[in-house]
Design a protein around this ligand. Structure first.
Ligand code: APR
Length: 252
C-alpha cells in the first residue's frame, strides 16, 4: 500500500468531519469528458463562452441546446466508477461526510452518495429561462434542434446548470462554506481548482485548520496548498484510501 495513502488514512478517524469537493475528474473514468483536459476536454472542441453562458444561449439557443442534449446523452450512458463507489463507502466510515460537487451528472447519487450538494446545478433538471418554471423534458424535446417552449409562459426552456457569469445556488454555497469552516478533513478529488467559488473551499478549510488532501493525476493549484497530494486517478486512489481506512479501524 502506498505510504502516502496510509498516511492520509489516519485523518479519516471515526469522528472525522469530512467535506469532499469533487470535479469532473471523478467522472473521467466513467467516460464523461472533463472540461479542460487538453486533448479530450469538452472545452478543447468548443468555446465555453459560446456555449455555457446566458449570452451564448440568447445568441444561438439551438446550438447551446444541442450541445447540452449531446452531453446529457453522454451522461446517461455513463455509470459510476470505483471512485464514486469509494466515496459513498468512505462516507459510512466517518462521523460526518458532506459531498460537494461541481459536476452536473448524477453519478455520485447512482453510486449511493446521499445529500450531494450540486454547486453548478444538474443536467437532469430543466427550467424556463424566463419564469424559471420547472420543465419535464419529453423524449421528443430531447431530440429537437431547438429548446422547447415553457408550458407556463411560452419562453425558452434551458438546462438547470449554472452558466459562466451566473450566480450559484446560494443555499448550496452557504452550506458548503459553513461545512468547510468546520471540517477536520477537506478531501478534494478531480478538480483543476480554477473556478470560483468552489476553488475557495479548500482554502477556507485550510485556514480553519483542516487537513487538505488532493486526489488528482496532475499537480495544480489545489495540490500546491494541500497537506497531502495523492497523485493518481481517483478510480484507483480512492478505493485504496478506503481500504487503508478500513484496515486502520480493524487493527484499532
Ligand atoms: N481522476 C482524478 N482526477 C482526474 C482524472 C481522474 N481519472 N482525470 C482528470 N482528472 C483531473 C484533471 O487533472 C483536472 O485537474 O480532473 C480535473 C478536471 O478539471 P476541469 O476539466 O477543469 O473540471 P472541473 O475542475 O470540474 O471544472 C470546474 O468549470 O467549466 C466549469 O462548470 C464547469 O464544473 C466545471 C468547473
Amino acid at each position: 500500500m502506498r505510504e502516502d495513502i496510509v498516511r492520509a488514512a489516519q485523518f479519516f478517524s471515526a469522528d472525522a468531519a469530512v467535506v469532499c469537493l469533487t470535479g469532473a475528474g471523478v467522472s473521467a473514468e466513467s467516460g464523461v469528458p472533463t472540461f479542460r483536459d487538453a486533448q479530450t476536454g469538452l472545452w478543447s472542441q468548443f468555446d465555453a463562452e459560446e456555449l455555457a453562458t446566458p449570452q451564448g444561449f440568447a445568441r444561438d439557443p439551438g446550438l447551446v441546446w444541442r450541445w447540452y442534449m449531446w452531453r446529457l446523452e453522454q451522461l446517461e450512458a455513463a455509470v459510476p466508477n470505483t471512485g464514486h463507489a469509494a466515496l459513498a463507502r468512505l462516507a459510512g466510515l466517518c462521523e460526518s461526510f458532506l459531498l460537494v460537487t461541481q459536476n452536473v451528472d448524477d453519478l455520485h447519487e447512482q453510486a449511493g452518495s446521499v445529500d450531494v450538494l450540486h454547486l453548478h446545478g444538474s443536467l437532469f433538471s430543466f427550467r424556463c429561462a424566463s419564469c424559471a418554471a420547472p420543465h419535464n423534458l419529453t423524449a421528443e424535446q430531447r431530440g429537437a434542434d431547438l429548446p422547447p417552449a415553457c408550458g407556463v409562459c411560452s419562453e425558452l426552456v434551458r438546462p438547470g446548470v449554472v452558466w459562466f457569469g451566473e450566480s450559484l445556488p446560494w443555499d448550496a454555497v452557504e452550506e458548503a462554506a459553513t461545512a468547510a469552516h468546520r471540517c477536520s478533513v477537506m478531501l478534494v478529488v478531480g478538480t483543476s481548482g480554477l473556478v470560483y467559488p468552489a476553488s475557495q473551499l479548500p482554502l477556507i478549510a485550510r485556514q480553519a485548520g483542516a487537513t487538505v488532501i488532493d486526489v488528482n493525476p496532475e499537480p495544480g493549484p489545489i495540490s500546491s496548498i494541500a497537506d497531502i497530494f495523492l497523485q493518481g486517478k481517483s478510480g484507483e486512489v480512492l478505493p485504496a484510501l478506503v481500504r487503508a481506512v478500513a484496515d486502520r479501524r480493524a487493527s484499532a
